[in-house]
Design a protein. Structure first.
Length: 485
């Protein structure tokens, strides 16, 4: 009897093991199919989707303001580091003729057709910013004229419309960037360095990257080669769907590129098509990161949520009863794990929406109902980091610290980092860009935002300030006009 029982037990055990093995094999097969195993070649995908990717060339008229920046190795469109009384002006005019008062500035980028019937193209805002003339070149060399339908500097997205679009245009569709996983294959298509249609292959290296490009940073990171000129081009999954819009690179690194997730574009592009701008929701709080030290002081087991540093008077948050010191852990059913998640969620909420906000106060959870209003001006406090919001010359700058330096790939430990540049501002006209590190103004060191503010305040109105900036490993001078009023 014992031998018979032992035999039956062994048979059952073998059957069970076979069943588990078969199940595991089926699961692995299903996962492989879902992930999309790498094909032997990406040629079919490249051939199918590349025709919808376009080259965008722009042209705008720039006033010289005594500029001769190209001579000083800063590229066309800049100013002489000697300001309006350049001692070399007479020399140049004697040998080369009078310096022109204005000239044409050209730039190149990429984009992709999202609606062939309407001739709509998605690209980056910085590709078409200030453009007075836009040319769209298709993969076969055909050129078309375009106009800016709308743009959003905060997400660096823009919509261009082809004038009189032909009927045979190809198009791409936006995929689900939330579904893409770290390790999934992607293709980047664009026009690097103006060479023409180029395809590079890689994987998704990370998601949710914050690189200091704007208030709603949420980038996909990829090791697919992205270079100048790729901006605005698509990042494709193996289905040929656009999961990202290629936007930025780390100049000092290799295989580190960033793309705006397609799901952000899905919420932005319809607004740009309809109104030319983006309407965002506002809660009315200034928030900062909950550090491990702050979490401990609030009695939290781990850092989570967004700490309310200030509540704006008359804002929806104040009316609802939210206080300084509250930690927002949930907004309208979405858990807030990191501070940067809150501004994105609030901004994506249509004004007039009633939303629930769950907070931690004195270790206890409370829930408030707020009516989101339209964003006019909202700032984020970032703890000990110093920040100047725009100011007289149109720059939003932030003191450099170790975390910011690491995110931007900078070796320096002091300076004021340019976070945003207001359109049509003196700083923008001078050529200063987000990501630039201001190290000196008029020969005076700029170790932080406080010193930046102090030096700018001392510059006479209506005169020029000489900025020494580090950009992608190069040191560059810019002269910025200080407004008279």
């Amino acid at each position: 009897m014992c031998k018979r029982t032992s035999f039956i037990y062994k048979v059952v055990l073998v059957c069970l093991m076979l069943t588990l093995t078969a199940g595991a094999t089926a699961l692995a097969s299903a996962q492989a199919q879902a992930a999309g195993p790498a094909p032997e070649s990406f040629a079919d995908l490249a051939q199918k989707d590349s025709p919808a990717v376009v080259n965008i060339s722009t042209e705008k008229i720039v006033k010289s303001r005594e500029q001769f920046k190209e001579f000083f190795g800063q590229g066309p469109g800049g100013q002489s580091p000697f300001g309006p009384h350049d001692p070399f002006r007479e020399f140049f005019e004697k040998f080369f003729g009078e310096i022109p008062k204005e000239f044409k500035q050209r730039s190149l980028g990429s984009g992709f057709i999202i609606d062939s019937a309407k001739g709509l193209i998605i690209t980056n805002y910085h590709v078409i910013s200030g453009a007075e003339k836009i040319k769209i070149k298709l993969i076969g060399g055909r050129e078309l004229s375009g106009i800016v339908k709308g743009g959003d500097a905060k997400t660096d997205l823009a919509l261009v419309e082809i004038q009189k679009p032909p009927k045979d245009l190809p198009e791409l569709s936006l995929g689900d960037s939330d579904a893409i996983r770290v390790g999934d294959w992607v293709l980047a298509v664009g026009n690097p360095f103006g060479l023409g249609n180029t395809v590079t292959q890689g994987i998704i290296s990370a998601k949710g990257r914050i690189i200091g490009a704007g208030p709603y940073d949420n980038f996909l990171q990829t090791d697919a080669a992205i270079n100048p000129g790729n901006s605005g081009g698509p990042l494709l999954n193996l289905k040929g769907e656009v999961v990202g819009i290629n936007t930025a690179i780390v100049a000092s690194g290799q295989g580190i590129g960033f793309a705006i997730p397609s799901n952000i574009a899905k919420s932005i592009i319809p607004q740009l098509e309809k109104t030319g701008k983006v309407i965002r929701g506002m809660l009315g709080v200034q928030v900062q990161t909950v550090t491990p030290e702050l979490a401990k002081s609030f009695g939290l087991s781990e850092p989570t949520g967004a700490l309310v540093a200030e509540v704006n008077p008359g804002s929806p948050a104040e009316k609802a009863g939210i206080h300084r010191g509250d930690i927002i852990i949930e907004f309208n059913g979405h858990a807030i794990k990191e501070m940067n998640e809150l501004p994105r969620l609030v901004a994506a909420t249509p004004p007039g929406t009633k939303a629930s906000v769950k907070i931690l106060r004195s270790g206890k959870e409370k829930t408030f109902e707020v009516t989101v209003t339209e964003l006019k001006e909202e700032r984020q406090a970032r703890g000990p980091q110093e920040k100047e919001e725009e100011g007289p010359i149109g720059l939003t700058v932030q003191s450099l610290d170790q975390n910011l330096a690491r995110r931007l790939g900078l070796k320096e430990t002091q300076g004021a980092v340019v976070m945003q540049v207001a359109p049509a501002s003196p700083a923008g006209d001078a050529g200063i860009r987000p990501g630039d590190l201001i190290v000196e103004i008029n020969g005076q060191a700029v170790p932080n935002v406080k010193e930046y503010q102090k030096i700018i305040a001392q510059v006479p109105k209506g005169s020029y300030a000489r900025f020494l900036v580090k950009r992608q490993g190069h040191t560059i001078y810019f002269t910025v006009e200080i407004p008279s009023s």
